[in-house]
Design a protein. Structure first.
Length: 411
C-alpha cells in the first residue's frame, strides 16, 4: 500500500505522518546512575526524602530566638554549630548560637542573623539589624519534598539530572531500553573506508556518518555493511535487519535508477508511507513499515543523507524512546549578509554560519557551495539556513530563518 506518493510532500507533513504512526517503546530496564548518561527515563522519578533533609542555616552568623532579640543589647554566645556537627548542649534563654552555613538549626531557633549584621564585644554579640522570624533559614523540604516527582518520564539524563538523583540517594533508575537500529548501505560503487578505491568507486561515508549519529543518540547499532545492487542480497539484508532491529536505515537505492531496488523490496516485504519530499537536499527519502520494524531510506548523496537523518530520523528515534523534549532546536530570524541562491519549489536547508553584528542582531552567511556532495560544509557551519518552499533567491539584508545545530552536529 502506498500513501502520499502522488507528488512531493512537505517536510512538516512527512514528519507529522511518521510520528503519528509510531508509538514509543514500552520496554524498560533498571541501570545504575553511573551508567545512565544519555538514557531516557521510563517513568517519573520520585524523591525518597526531603531536600534539605533538615532545617539549616543559609549564612554564617548567629542563630537565635526572635523573642530574645532586643536591639543593641548583647546576647551571650552559648556554643557553636557547624555543618555535620550540630550544637547539642543546653541553650539558655537570652543567648544565641554561633552557626555556619549548612549547619542544622538548633531546636527553638527561629532566625539566623548574618555575621555582617553583628558586632562582637566582651559581653557577647550585639545584633545591629532588625530580626524577622524565618530569616536565613533553609527549611526541610524547601527544595524538594519527599514523594515529589523530580524527573518526568521521557527525560534524557545528563549532567543536569544525574547529580540530582545522586543527591537524593538514588543509585538506580528505570530507563527506556536502547533502540536497536540496523544500518546498511547499497551500491556497487561503494568501498569500505580504508580500502583502496578501484575505478569508479567511492568511500562509504554515509554509513559511517549514520553510525556516528546513532551512537551519539544512544542507540544499539547493528551494522550490516555494504549491500551490492542485487535484489537477492538486498532482500536477505532487509529480512535480517527486520528480524533484529526496531528501525532499519539504509543509505542509497531510494532514487529512480535502474539499479535502485529499495522501493521494490519495500513493496514486496512491507509498505511504503511516502517516498519523495519537497525538500532540498533530501528529495529521495523513503519511510515505510516492515513486518517487525520501521524503515527509513536515506538518499545516497552525503549531505542529503545527513540532512534527512537530522530532520526526520532524529525526531523519529526521539519519539520512539518517549522523549518529551523536541529533538530540534527552535528556529530564529537572522539577516542574510550575502546573496543566497534558491529556486522556488522545495524547502531548502542550506548550511550557514550565524553570528551577531555590531548592534547585537543575528546575521547569517552561507558556507559556500551547497551541492549535496559537499560534506565539508557541515564542518564549517553552525546552523541551517531554512528557506521556504516557494521562496526565490535571497538578497543581502533580507530576513531568513535559521536553525542552530544541536549536539548531533556539534551545536
Amino acid at each position: 500500500m502506498e500513501l502520499f506518493t502522488a507528488g512531493l510532500i512537505s517536510l512538516e507533513d512527512a514528519r507529522r505522518n511518521m510520528l503519528a504512526q509510531v508509538s514509543p517503546l514500552s520496554d524498560s530496564e533498571t541501570v545504575a546512575i553511573t551508567a545512565a548518561a544519555g538514557r531516557i527515563t521510563a517513568e517519573a522519578v520520585i524523591s525518597p526524602l526531603n531536600v534539605p533533609s533538615f532545617a539549616n542555616s543559609a549564612m554564617d552568623g548567629y542563630a537565635l530566638r526572635e523573642a530574645d532579640f532586643t536591639r543593641d543589647l548583647p546576647l551571650a554566645v552559648a556554643g557553636k554549630a557547624f555543618a555535620g556537627a550540630p550544637y547539642q548542649g543546653e541553650w539558655p534563654a537570652g543567648s544565641c548560637i554561633r552557626i555556619m552555613t549548612g549547619a542544622p538549626i538548633p531546636p527553638g531557633a527561629d532566625a539566623v542573623v548574618m555575621q555582617e549584621q553583628t558586632e562582637s564585644s566582651g559581653q557577647g554579640v550585639r545584633i545591629l539589624a532588625p530580626v524577622k522570624k524565618g530569616q536565613n533559614i533553609r527549611l526541610a523540604g524547601e527544595d524538594i519534598r519527599q514523594g515529589a516527582s523530580v524527573l518526568a518520564a521521557g527525560v534524557k539524563l545528563g549532567v543536569g539530572e544525574l547529580p540530582l538523583l545522586a543527591s537524593l540517594g538514588i543509585s538506580q533508575v528505570s530507563v527506556v531500553r536502547k533502540l536497536r537500529v540496523a544500518v546498511f548501505s547499497t551500491g556497487d560503487e561503494l568501498q569500505p573506508v580504508g580500502e583502496p578505491l578501484a575505478a569508479g568507486q567511492i568511500y562509504d561515508t554515509n554509513r559511517f556518518a549514520v553510525h556516528l549519529m546513532l551512537d551519539a543518540l544512544g542507540c544499539e547499532v547493528l551494522d550490516l555493511g555494504i549491500i551490492k545492487d542485487d535484489p537477492a542480497a538486498l532482500r536477505a539484508a532487509f529480512r535480517q535487519a527486520d528480524a533484529q532491529a526496531d528501525v532499519v536505515i539504509s543509505s542509497g537505492g531510494v532514487s529512480v535508477g535502474e539499479a535502485d531496488y529499495t522501493k521494490q523490496m519495500l513493496d514486496e516485504l512491507g509498505e511504503i508511507g511516502f517516498w519523495k519530499l519537497a525538500m532540498k537536499p533530501g528529495k529521495p527519502f523513503a519511510f515505510g513499515r516492515l513486518p517487525d520494524s520501521w524503515f527509513c531510506g536515506l538518499p545516497g548523496n552525503p549531505v542529503s543523507a545527513a540532512v534527512t537523518f537530522y530532520q526526520l530520523v532524529q525526531p523519529l528515534l526521539a519519539h520512539l524512546t518517549g522523549q518529551q523534549a523536541d529533538a530540534l532546536p527552535p528556529r530564529m530570524r537572522a539577516r542574510a549578509s550575502e546573496v543566497l541562491k534558491k529556486s522556488p519549489g522545495r524547502l531548502d536547508f542550506q548550511r550557514g554560519v550565524f553570528s551577531r553584528d555590531a548592534t547585537g542582531d543575528l546575521q547569517v552567511r552561507s558556507t559556500g557551495h551547497q551541492g549535496s556532495h559537499v560534506f565539508s560544509s557541515f564542518s564549517q557551519a553552525n546552523c541551517f539556513i531554512v528557506l521556504e518552499r516557494e521562496r526565490a533567491t535571497v538578497q543581502p539584508g533580507e530576513w531568513v530563518e535559521i536553525e542552530p545545530f544541536n549536539a548531533l552536529l556539534g551545536g
